[in-house]
Every structure is written in C-alpha cells, then in structure tokens.
Design a protein around this ligand. Sequence first.
Ligand code: GBH
Length: 496
Amino acid sequence: MESKKNSSRRDFLKIGATATIALPAINLISCKNEVPAIEQNSYTQLGHNRKFPDNFVWGTATAAYQVEGAVNEDGRGVSIWDTYSKIPGKIKNNDNGDIACDMYHRYKEDVQLMKSIHSGAYRFSISWPRVFPNATGTPNPKGLDFYNRLIDELLANGITPYATLYHWDLPQILQDKYGGWQSKETSKAFAEYAAYVTEKISDRVKHFFTLNEFYSFTDLSYGLGQLAPGLKLPIKEVAQVRNNAVLEHGMGLQAMRQVAKSPLEIGVAENIVTAVPVIETKENIEAAKKATRELNAGLLTVMMEGKYTDNYLNSLGPDAPDFTMEELNLIAGPLDFVGINVYLANKYVQAGDNENGFELIQHAKHHPTMASPWHMVSPESLYWAPRLVMELWKAKEIYITENGCGATDELSQEGQVIDTDRVMFLKNYLTQLHRATSEGIPVTGYFHWSLMDNFEWIFGYGIRFGLFYMDYESLERNPKLSAEYFKKVAESNTLL
Ligand code: GBH
C-alpha cells in the first residue's frame, strides 16, 4: 500500500523508465500543469501567442570527446584532446575524457533520456580518430559502427540525427606531422574524412554540420593557448589558421555534396561573436549589424560572403593570411542553413561617430554571470544573433545549434536537482527566441547544450551543462528540474 507520505506528494516528474523523482509536498514547483492548461495562462489571456512555429525542432546536443569515453576501444586513434588533457595543470582537477559519460556503451539509455524529454532531434559529433585512427588512409570500420548503432537507435525512437563532423578532437597525428590547423594538409585530410563519413551515413542522416565553433578551435587553441593544442602563436599564424579552418569547411562541403546519397542539408555550427545593441534604437541596431560583420570577419563573414572585409585585411596588414580567389570560392560554398551557438552578448554596441560606425561597450564589472566565468547573462543575444544573421546574409534557415548554461548542480538526498538558475536562464533566453520566431526570423530549431553533464574542456567536470545530472561515480543519469521545463516546452511547442 502507498504510504500516506507518498500519496501526499503532489507530483512526480516522470522522465524515462529509469528516472522518477519525487517532488516535495509544498507547492514549490509548478510542474503540475499539464499541457492543455498552458492555453489558459496569463499570457494567452492577454492575447499573446506563445507558440513556436509549426515543426519547430527541439533538440539536445553533445560532442564526442565530452561524452563518449572509451578512448582506447575498438581501434580509436589519439586526438589532441587526449594528449592535452593528460598534461598536468591544463584541465581543472586534471580531469580528462577517458570515461566521461561512457556514452559509447550507454547510448541506448541516453536515447531513452532524449525521448523522455521530447528531444525530437539530437546533435552529436563524430570522433575523427575513431573513424580514421591515422586521420586519413585506412578507415577503422569499428569506429564508424558505433555511429551506425547510434543513428539506428535514434531513428528507431523517432529522433532525427544531426551530425557534426568536427568538434575539436583532431587526430594527434595531424598535429604532429603538420602542426594541425597551421597547414592546409589538415584541410585536405578533413575533406577526405568528411566525404567518407557522409558516404556511409547519408542514407539515414540528412542534416550535417561541418565544424563546430571555429573561433574556439582557431583563436582560443592556437592564439590564446586556452584549448588544445594550447599554442600561443603570433597573429600572422593565427590568421592563417583561421583561413585554413574556413577553407577546410569549404573543401569538406564540396566533398560531402559529391558523395551524398540524397539531398542533404549542410551548414556550420559557429560560435558567432554576438553584438547586441545596448539600447534598441535604430542607430544602435545599425551599429550592431556593422559590428557583427566585422567581429566575425575572419570566420563566419568570409564563409557567408566569400571575401574578407577591407577592415579585416587592413588591420592585419602584413599579418593577413595567404589565400587565393579559388579558395575564397570554396570557403563560401552555399550552405543550406546557418547554425549558430549562442550563449551571450559577446559585445554590447552603440552607434559611433567614427569610421566603423560602431562602438563596443564593455560589460559592467558586476554584470551577472552564470557559473562559467565567461558566461555573462544576456538573453537578448538569442534574439539578436539570428536577426542579424538574417539581415546581413539573407539566411533563409537558421538553427540555434547550442544554447544553455553551466551550473554547480547538486543532487539532493531525495535524488533531485532543483536547478532554478538554469530554468531562469532558459525562460529568459527562450522568451527572446520566441520574440525572434514571432517576428518571422527563420529559426528552424533549437538544440540545448547539453543533454547531460559532461567533460567541460578545461573546466573539467566541475561545471555542469546538462539537463540530466551525471553521477560520475555510478554514471547514473538523473533529470534536473530544467529537464522537466525543456520537456514541457518541447512537447507543447510553447513558451512557458
Ligand atoms: C561551447 O562553447 C562548446 O561548443 C561546447 O563544447 C561547450 O561544452 C559549451 O559551449 C559550453 O562551454 O573562459 O575565457 O577560456 C561555447 C563557447 C568558447 C565559451 C570558449 C567558453 C572559453 C572562454 N566557448 N570559452 S575562457
């Protein structure tokens, strides 16, 4: 018989077969409203339409090195992140991705987690050194098999796979032989790998991202020394690394189209430098547009326009990269959509009485941040980033390929994670996304970063980005309150 105590608990979050968390009797959390009740909430009464467009894609995202673990299994080669994370002092607590979430073995359970929160799409990345342990040459069939199993499992559960071909885990051999992205040899190798994977999986996967976050794996990795391989090269070399990275994207794109089994949708997943008008006047909006173009000149702008801006080349002067017209044409190969990772307003902007027509404004000293020190709270970024991409480059289809926040979540003794910070974050950011879609800005889908807590690069396992809490000892996954929030939004396709 159910004890009185249990039956008085007013709610259970039923998320997946493995995870049911009981909520306390007190009315702390309003998750009782079933979906139809949404129609009666105060916003609809006020006449606001809180629906997202029909067929809006609600998904979750992860990346290979951050979740898979199994780094020495089935013939996987070494990546620069294996090497870098083993250098003492580089990663908080000297954590590494050897085990991570062990998704390599637990992917079936994880697909059920997705299903349980109505994540209708899943953005994952393919580990290049799993598929080609030596970067090129003879593929390792067991490596690709893992992705075949994962894709089949997703499709069997009605979840659309979105594959990213590169999320920073460069085969170490390319770093050793050519200095990684310092050489166009790496761009060529990527095209070979991208074509191979596309040929093998494009019978089932229709959406691809070439590379994730150019700025991170170029500037932050080769210029500022923060991410693997941790180099601090002079600006001329960094500008060349950027050029090689966008070239790699272009070469990959071309190679992928040639081998595709059916028409594919291919795009990028770029952490656009987001400029937000500090006060939304006409002049400041115009300024934010100009700033967006210049702040992304070496990466997204050249991919969209097929040329570097005059400002970019002039400001680099003798440090400008070597490139040819033919390369520029490849770099600007047509995309089916633009994917942007949006976490924050990197810069606030106002109109400026200067040559550029804009001024960048520093964030105030105590501008609030989420748990990651870089993560300035700025929900308007999720409106302005897609709006300016649409206005600047006439993008017809835009995906938010990542958005989310880190927190120092804790599992209570009752097995709950009440992450009010993440729920607050999501409500505010999604309000701005809704503003965008209701104005007709063509955002097709939203991928939450991340499905579950994982290896947060140099921050190790200390900062958690998941909708599911990971117990790194038992590898048990537990839904957080934010998982419930995501689920309700996704299943009703409505802002809550
Ligand atoms: C994304 O990067 C990544 O694609 C993803 O893998 C990652 O887990 C997720 O976001 C959360 O971070 O503190 O000055 O060294 C988001 C963009 C670029 C933000 C690198 C953090 C480090 C800044 N990131 N940046 S710093």
